[in-house]
Ligand binder design. Sequence first.
Ligand SMILES: NC(=O)c1ccc[n+]([C@@H]2O[C@H](COP(=O)([O-])OP(=O)(O)OC[C@H]3O[C@@H](n4cnc5c(N)ncnc54)[C@H](OP(=O)(O)O)[C@@H]3O)[C@@H](O)[C@H]2O)c1
Length: 344
Amino acid sequence: MRKAREVKAREVLVIGGSRYFGKRLIARLLAAGDRVTVLNRGSSAPPPGAVHLVADRDDEKSLTAVLGSRTFDAVVDQVCYTPRQASIARRVFAGRTRRYVLTSTVEVYEYEDSIAPVRETDVDPAAVPVDLELPWEETEFLDTHYGEGKRQAEAVFAADPGFPFTAVRVAHVLGGDDDFTGRAEHYASRIRAAHRVLGDRLVSVQNRYSPAVRDSEAELRLCAELGLAFLPWSPLGGISRSSLDGPSQVADARPGAFRAVARAHGVSPQRVALAWLLARSPGVIPIPGASRPETIRDSAAAADLVLDAQELELLNDAAVPVETVCRSARRSGPRPRRGPGGRA
Ligand SMILES: NC(=O)c1ccc[n+]([C@@H]2O[C@H](COP(=O)([O-])OP(=O)(O)OC[C@H]3O[C@@H](n4cnc5c(N)ncnc54)[C@H](OP(=O)(O)O)[C@@H]3O)[C@@H](O)[C@H]2O)c1
């Protein structure tokens, strides 16, 4: 019998990792059996099992001193926001790591409202000009140039072809008990405020919500709690780009649940989507669009389609998971509240 191949634990350094999803990253690395070192300024200790290094990554001398002769398989830099920070990191970590992973952001793209798909290559870090003399240390400047700071940070790392660098352009992250940004809670708190002011005169809330777009989950639940109607607009994800053919189908592991349930009932998947929405809470009133009478009749018939608990569970699983919901802060309203130091 062949011996199972032994997987060697990796030496991973996480810079940051004491506040939000960096904490989850460390927990996952430890659970995977990796040897984890956490470097931050010491505001909190990492979980048991991780080595703690205390240094300010902006101070090149102390960063170099605290690292000593350590080398790593991977460094994950959670808190690099500027080209100046990237320049220090590139100097300090050259020859110290087999891979340097920068937690970047989708805000490096300027095209968040574009209808055309945005491609990874639309921002080529090698072609981004870097200006180290901009006032990167000023919180207000950095706050208003968050995407530019990350873009230029990527550019600094990419400028050295010998530096083993990867940028992960993370979308906006919402939710969890420790979501310090307050973004997930923002809209719900607006509804609560309106409810306090208007009392019974506030009767409904209208938001985009469909199997593919569930960023208003908190608002839907709050409406149920306050006895308000919740009117999902674009409940099928738009007429020309139905969510049933779009994002919800991207999830390969869960193909076709809406269609499978529709086949079982001999009805359209759109009717199933609307019945699923109606089952989310008694106060949900979807407002599907239509240009043909038969579509309107089909949508109206969703009110009579009863889905059992097993079907609802299947559809809940097939719809985009609430915990991975992300959205463009620009597209969906106010700029997100940034975290301490102005960044999220
Ligand atoms: N939230 C989002 O929606 C979103 C979206 C896209 C990308 N991102 C990116 O995700 C990263 C943040 O992830 P996270 O919130 O989970 O953070 P994190 O990994 O938990 O790291 C935050 C910690 O880093 C430490 N730190 C900050 N400045 C430091 C410095 N100069 N030297 C050493 N340590 C320092 C701080 O601890 P001490 O005070 O102890 O130093 C802080 O608690 C950022 O790069 C952000 O741009 C976030």
